[in-house]
Design a protein around this ligand. Structure first.
Ligand code: DGL
Length: 270
């Protein structure tokens, strides 16, 4: 089966990376819209335009299903895409439901882009699942910039993360939901801020399991095995990578993708 996965940039690689673990035998096309990142600061109309074009591109490449590996694009574009195109299109939304169901009565913080936080999709979700009003929302758009620059551990990142969280009392929180795929790269910074007990919840595992379910694929029994760098990451599996419509062929970009997968492997279980 050929699966198309797209995002505004390198955030969606975290979903692809999880798919390497769970569905290692499938073929993938990964599309990062690097010319238009960040989506989180664009208008809904712009994002719908990009997402429609990318979906058509992936369909022309023969994919059997598409994962919108972007919470922002999902919030504004998923309904229209499903109406317009006749193949399974899976979206992502902040994993609020598992966070609410899997924790006690302490508070839950959802971090996402400004668009995701503003849109009705997240409000509707909270209305359905956040019965006791335990969830707080926080936009962290600069993390997308930092991620695109591969700046994951710098003093500027630490300062930004700490200052964004500083208005909240960290001891009130039992879970942090990563409602933007770019935010996965910064798990060590959140862990350092919140300490060992706060759960870090991303949507990748749920999204890939949902994909497997919809497409009738079985999940690898080795999904939790750590990938050994040489064979599993550096060959980038059965994947064609595109950056805004251009196939990635140059050595430098391939090296960059390998570095990013290595980072995602390191932070997968933090
Ligand atoms: N990675 C995207 C998300 O999950 C959006 C980041 C951006 O382009 O602003 O929301």
């Amino acid at each position: 089966m050929k699966i198309g996965i797209f995002d505004s940039g390198i955030g969606g690689l975290s979903v692809l990376h999880e798919a390497y673990h769970q569905l290692p035998d499938q073929e993938f096309i990964f599309y990062a819209d690097t010319e238009h990142v960040p989506y989180g600061l664009k208008t809904p109309e712009q994002i719908i335009g990009y997402a429609t074009e990318i979906t058509q591109f992936l369909i022309d490449k023969g994919v059997d299903a598409i994962v919108v590996a972007c919470n922002t694009a999902t919030s504004v574009a998923i309904k229209g895409l499903r109406k317009r195109f006749d193949l399974p299109i899976l979206g992502m939304e902040p994993a609020v439901k598992p966070a609410v169901e899997g924790t006690d009565d302490k508070r839950i913080m959802v971090i996402a882009t400004p668009v995701t936080i503003r849109e009705d999709k997240l409000k509707d979700l909270l209305h359905r699942v956040d019965e006791h009003h335990r969830v707080d929302l926080l936009a962290m758009p600069r993390l997308v910039e930092f991620a695109e620059r591969e700046e994951f551990e710098s003093p500027d990142v630490t300062e930004y993360v700490n200052s964004q969280f500083s208005a909240y009392d960290k001891s009130d929180y039992c879970a942090l939901v990563l409602g933007c795929t770019h935010f996965n790269y910064f798990k060590p910074a959140y862990r350092q801020y919140f300490g060992e007990k706060t759960l870090l919840i991303d949507g990748n595992d749920g999204t890939v399991r949902h994909l497997a379910d919809v497409m009738g694929l079985s999940i690898s029994p080795d999904k939790d095995k750590k990938m050994d760098d040489e064979h599993n990451i550096l060959c980038l599996r059965n994947t064609e990578y595109f950056f805004s419509g251009k196939k990635v062929l140059d050595k430098e970009t391939i090296k960059r993708l390998q570095r990013l997968h290595l980072r995602l492997e390191q932070v997968r279980n933090i």
